[in-house]
Design a protein around this ligand. Structure first.
Ligand code: ZN
Length: 279
């Protein structure tokens, strides 16, 4: 099933995406509430998707599927070609940083170039959305902990990323975590480690890879994070970016106002952002 958060007639709610339409779920609350109650809701929502009143997608505004996740974690250096272009060695242990809740952005909204900064960059990423979650989750049990997947872009202010030993500030600028266009539930995806992922800037292909090239796969990621931290419904994991970032190009290419960044993953859809200078 495809589940979205959308705004229509001034109201924001959750919906089931069916073809080119969306059907309101009637679940009170946000996507977090829907994910928490998923086992009980699933049969009813499957039926509702087939029979409910359908609104054309073109008439709604899609929001980030989880507008305010409890946690957003992102793994660095997790595709071999990206590690090579970064001039670093393959990490023996997973390298994680956080992105602020306030960096979440709707899938087709502009991404801001913050005042006084000039090194914004893109990172196409598969995002795993936690379902049941839990603590001390073995890799073998991790598939059952995940609710679904969506497209994300780990937008990064490069100068701020490397201004100190921690990357989180440069990863947490407002609008720098666009996600969407909806969550595809895990049962519909099957193996998330065989999905083509691409990123384009103004139509020019910059990244083109496949999630089969992850250094640490998503099950290992869930095991690692849940050693000491409870993974909760709706937590979002950015699972790494492949090679081709602007900072690694020769000469380096950072994003400019008006640039259009399109991120797509087979089976999940695409998101697209126009870069806008902060007023
Ligand atoms: Zn990243």
């Amino acid at each position: 099933m495809k589940l979205c958060t959308f705004t229509h007639d001034g109201k924001t709610r959750t919906g089931i995406v069916v073809g080119e339409t969306v059907v309101e779920t009637d679940v009170p609350g946000t996507m977090l509430d829907l994910i928490r109650e998923w086992d009980a809701l699933k049969p009813r929502l499957e039926a509702k998707g087939a029979t409910g009143q359908a609104i054309p997608l073109a008439h709604v505004k899609l929001e980030a599927p989880v507008p305010r996740p409890g946690k957003i974690f992102a793994i660095g250096l997790n595709y071999a070609d990206h590690i090579a272009e970064s001039g670093l060695g393959t990490p023996e242990r997973q390298v994680w940083f956080t992105k602020a809740q306030t960096s979440v952005n709707a899938p087709f909204d502009p991404v801001l170039i913050a005042r006084g900064t000039a090194t914004p960059d893109y990172e196409a990423e598969l995002v795993a959305v936690i379902g049941k979650g839990g603590k001390h989750i073995d890799a073998a049990d991790a598939p059952a902990a995940i609710f679904g997947y969506c497209v994300g872009n780990d937008f990064t202010e490069r100068m701020w990323q490397h201004a100190g030993p921690q990357w989180s500030l440069g990863k947490s600028f407002d609008t720098h975590a666009p996600m969407g266009p909806w969550i595809v539930t895990a049962d519909e995806i099957g193996d998330p480690h065989d999905l083509a992922i691409r990123c384009y800037v103004n139509g020019e292909e910059r990244q083109n890879s496949n999630t089969r090239h992850l250094v640490f796969d998503i099950w290992q990621q869930v095991e690692h994070l849940s050693v000491g931290m409870t993974m909760e419904p709706g937590d979002c994991l950015f699972t790494g970016t492949p090679g081709g970032i602007g900072a690694a190009m020769d000469p380096r290419q950072f994003l400019k106002p008006g640039d259009v960044v399109r991120t797509e993953i087979d089976g999940l859809g695409h998101i697209e952002a126009t870069m806008v200078a902060e007023g």
